[in-house]
Design a protein around this ligand. Structure first.
Ligand code: ADP
Ligand code: MG
Ligand code: ZN
Length: 607
C-alpha cells in the first residue's frame, strides 16, 4: 500500500470510532432517563421519589432519589402541557422542598448534529478510499473519481525500456526514431516550423511488442509516459470515460513534452454504430468523441505525442485516422527468422546457458511473436530447473518449443512443415507471375509468415505511382497474378488447397467488375446492374439493382468465367516455363521466410 492509502485507512478508522462513540452516548443518555406522562410525573412527585426538577422549554426533567426498579433510569422526563398554568405545580414542589431550576435548551443540539454529519463524513472518506484503491495513487483532491488513472513512467523509473529491449522489428523502430528525436528537442522542430505527427498508431498482431515499443520511445526520449488502456476508459459509470480522457490530456499538457499512450485503442475507437441501443455503446461513443476533441484541441507544437496500439485496425472509426489525428501508422509485424533470433537473444540475456543454438530455435518457431518467444525462453529455464540442471541447454529449449507450439497450433498460428512448403510455393507463384507479366505492379515483399487474419502468407505489390486509371491489360495481368498462387500449387502438388480462397474471391470480383462496370468483355461497352444501397442502413448493406434479363445474366457469368480461365492459362504457361525459378524462390522463402524486392529480383536474375 502507498503512504496515501495508509493515511486514508487511518482517517477512515478514526471517523468510524468517533461516530460509534457519539451513537453510544446518544443511546446511553436515553437509558438514563425514562419518558413518562405528565400525570405520572406528578404522581412521582407526590410519592416523594423526586429530588430535583429541571424545567426546560418543552419538557420537565425530574431527577429521582433512587433509580427506578426496571430500566434503572435516573430521571423521569415528561413533555410540558401546552397552555397549562404550572404555578400550582411549582407551589407543590416548593412546599415539598424539592429544588427547582429552569434552563433554556440550546446546545443539546450538538450531539444530534454531529451524529448526523459524521456518517456523511465517513461516506466521503469511504469514497475517497475506494477511489484510491482503484486508482492506485493520487487522491490529493477530493472526489477525484473521474481523474485519469494514467500511470506515469518517468525516466527516474528503475528500469527504463529502451530500443535495445525491442528486437526483430527494425522497420518499426526506424519509423519511431523521428518521434524520439522530436521529443528530445521539440524546440528544434518548432524553430524550422516542421510538423511532426501528432498521433502514431502502432498496428500489429497481439504480442509483437507494441506496448513495449511505445514504452521504449518514452525511455529513449526520456520524457514522461502516460499510459492508459482503452478498456479502462470504458469501465464504470456513464460519463467517466470522457472525463478521464479530459483529465489525461490536462495532466499531459502540464508535463509536456511527453507521450500519451492509449493501449487497445479499438476498445474505445470502434466504429460508431448508428443507434446506440446499449448504454455501453453510448459511453464508448462519448469517450471516443472526447478523445477526438482533445486530439484536435492542442497544437502539435506543445510537444505531446499521442501513441496508440491496436491489433484490430479494421474496426477503428475512420475519424481517428484522419489527418491531424492518428495519421501515421506503424506496422509492427510478426518477426522473421532473424528477428526471432534477435528477440530470443534479448530475453536469453538473463539466463546462464551452455551450448544453446538460438538460431536453430528461431528456425523452429515460425509464426511466433515476441511474447511467445519470451515465453519460450522462460519455459526453457523452467525445464532446466525441473531437471535440476545448472545451465540451460539446447534440450530445454526443445522441450519449451514443443510445449508452446502445441498451444499455438490450436489457434492456427503455427504451421507444420507440409503446410509451410505449400504456402512457400503458393506465394512464389504469385511473386513469379507478378515479375513475369508485363503490366503487374512490382513485388515489394513476399513472406510465408502467417498473418493475424486468415492469410498464411502474403505477396505485397506496391504501385509505383498513384493510379487513377487502369487499363484493360493491367487488370488482366492483375487477374493472372491473383491466380498465380493457386496455379503454382496445382503444378507442384497436383492438387489445390483452401488457402487460395481469398485470391479467388478477389479475382472473381475483379472479373465481374471488368464485365459489368468497365465494359471490358465481349459484351461490349455497356454497364450492367446499378449499384444500390440503403441510406437507412448507412451504406453498410448495399446491393446491385438488376436491370438486365436472365439471358444477359448468363452471358455475364460466361464472360467472367472466360476472363478467369484465360488468366489461369496464362499463369500456368508462365509458371511451367519458369518452373526452375519458381523452385528457387520457394526454397529461399522456406529458409528466409521473407524476401524483399531486391533479394527476389536477384534470385530471378541469377537463375
Ligand atoms: P503487444 O502490446 O504488441 O501485444 P507487448 O508489447 O505487450 O505486445 O509484448 C509482451 C511481451 O512480449 C513484452 O513485454 C516482451 O517481453 C515480449 N516481446 C514482445 N515483442 C518483443 C520484441 N519485439 N522484442 C523483445 N521482446 C518482445
Ligand atoms: Mg499490448
Ligand atoms: Zn494467394
Amino acid at each position: 500500500m502507498t503512504r496515501a492509502a495508509w493515511i486514508r485507512l487511518v482517517l477512515f478508522l478514526v471517523a468510524l470510532g468517533v461516530t460509534g462513540f457519539l451513537w453510544s452516548r446518544a443511546l446511553k443518555s436515553k437509558t438514563e432517563s425514562k419518558t413518562v406522562s405528565y400525570s405520572e410525573l406528578l404522581i412521582a412527585i407526590d410519592k416523594d421519589t423526586v429530588s430535583e426538577v429541571l424545567v426546560e422549554s418543552e419538557r420537565l426533567v425530574a431527577k429521582l432519589k433512587a433509580p427506578t426498579a426496571e430500566g434503572n433510569a435516573q430521571s423521569l422526563v415528561a413533555s410540558r402541557l401546552p397552555n397549562v398554568d404550572e404555578r400550582e405545580l411549582v407551589t407543590r414542589l416548593l412546599a415539598k422542598g424539592i429544588s427547582l431550576s429552569g434552563h433554556i435548551e440550546q446546545n443539546s443540539l450538538w450531539p444530534a448534529v454531529l451524529s448526523s454529519i459524521f456518517p456523511l463524513v465517513m461516506l466521503f472518506f469511504l469514497f475517497r478510499a475506494m477511489g484510491g484503491m482503484m486508482g492506485g495513487g493520487q487522491g490529493a483532491r477530493p472526489m477525484s473519481f473521474g481523474k485519469s488513472q494514467a500511470k506515469i513512467f518517468d525516466r527516474s523509473a528503475d528500469n527504463p525500456t529502451t530500443f535495445e529491449d525491442v528486437a526483430g522489428v527494425e522497420e518499426s523502430k526506424n519509423e519511431l526514431i523521428e518521434v524520439v528525436n522530436y521529443l528530445k528537442d521539440p524546440e528544434k522542430y518548432r524553430a524550422v516550423g516542421a510538423r511532426v505527427p501528432k498521433g502514431v498508431l502502432l498496428v500489429g498482431p497481439p504480442g509483437t511488442g507494441k506496448t513495449l515499443l511505445a514504452r521504449a520511445v518514452a525511455g529513449e526520449s526520456k520524457v514522461p509516459f502516460f499510459s492508459m488502456s482503452g478498456s479502462e476508459f470504458v469501465e464504470m459509470f456513464v460519463g467517466v470515460g470522457a472525463s478521464r480522457v479530459r483529465d489525461l490530456f490536462t495532466q499531459a499538457k502540464e508535463r509536456a513534452p511527453c507521450i500519451v499512450f492509449i493501449d487497445e485503442l479499438d476498445a474505445v475507437g470502434k466504429t460508431r454504430a448508428g443507434g446506440g441501443v446499449f448504454a455501453a455503446n453510448e459511453e464508448r461513443e462519448q469517450t471516443l468523441n472526447q478523445l477526438l476533441v482533445e486530439m484536435d484541441g492542442f497544437d502539435a507544437s506543445v510537444g505531446i505525442v499521442i501513441m496508440a496500439a491496436t491489433n484490430r485496425p479494421e474496426v477503428l472509426d475512420k475519424a481517428l485516422l484522419r489527418a491531424g489525428r492518428f495519421d501515421r501508422q506503424v506496422l509492427v509485424d510478426r518477426p522473421d527468422v532473424r528477428g526471432r533470433e534477435a528477440i530470443l537473444r534479448v530475453h536469453a540475456k538473463r539466463l546462464t546457458m551452455s551450448g544453446v543454438d538460438l538460431k536453430q530455435v528461431a528456425q523452429r518457431t515460425p509464426g511466433m511473436v515476441g511474447a511467445d518467444l519470451a515465453n519460450v525462453v522462460n519455459e526453457a529455464a523452467l525445464a532446466c530447473a525441473r531437471r535440476d540442471g545448472k545451465t540451460v541447454e539446447q534440450r530445454d529449449f526443445e522441450e519449451a518449443v514443443d510445449r508452446i507450439q502445441l498451444g499455438l497450433r490450436k489457434d492456427g498460428r503455427v504451421m507444420n512443415e507440409q503446410e509451410r512448403r505449400r504456402v512457400a510455393w503458393h506465394e512464389s507463384g504469385h511473386a513469379l507471375v507478378a515479375l513475369s507479366v508485363k503490366h503487374a505492379d512490382p513485388v515489394h515483399r513476399v513472406t510465408i509468415i502467417p498473418r493475424s487474419i486468415g492469410a498464411l502468407g502474403a505477396t505485397l505489390q506496391l504501385p509505383t505511382e498513384d493510379r487513377y486509371l487502369m487499363t484493360e491489360e493491367e487488370l488482366k495481368d492483375a487477374l493472372v497474378v491473383l491466380l498465380g498462387g493457386r496455379t503454382a500449387e496445382e503444378i507442384v502438388f497436383t492438387d489445390v488447397s483452401t488457402g487460395a480462397s481469398n485470391d479467388l474471391e478477389r479475382a472473381s470480383e475483379l472479373a465481374r467488375q471488368m464485365v459489368c462496370r468497365f465494359g471490358m468483355s465481349a459484351l461490349g461497352a455497356q454497364t450492367f446492374g446499378r449499384p444500390g444501397g440503403s441510406q437507412y442502413l448507412g451504406g453498410a448493406v448495399s446491393f446491385e439493382e438488376r436491370n438486365f434479363s436472365e439471358a444477359t445474366a448468363q452471358a455475364i457469368d460466361e464472360q467472367v468465367h472466360r476472363l478467369i480461365e484465360d488468366a489461369h492459362q496464362t499463369a500456368k504457361t508462365v509458371l511451367n516455363q519458369r518452373r526452375a525459378v519458381l523452385d528457387v524462390i520457394a526454397n529461399a522463402l522456406l529458409e528466409k521466410e521473407t524476401l524483399e524486392r531486391g533479394a527476389l529480383e536477384a534470385l530471378v536474375r541469377g537463375s
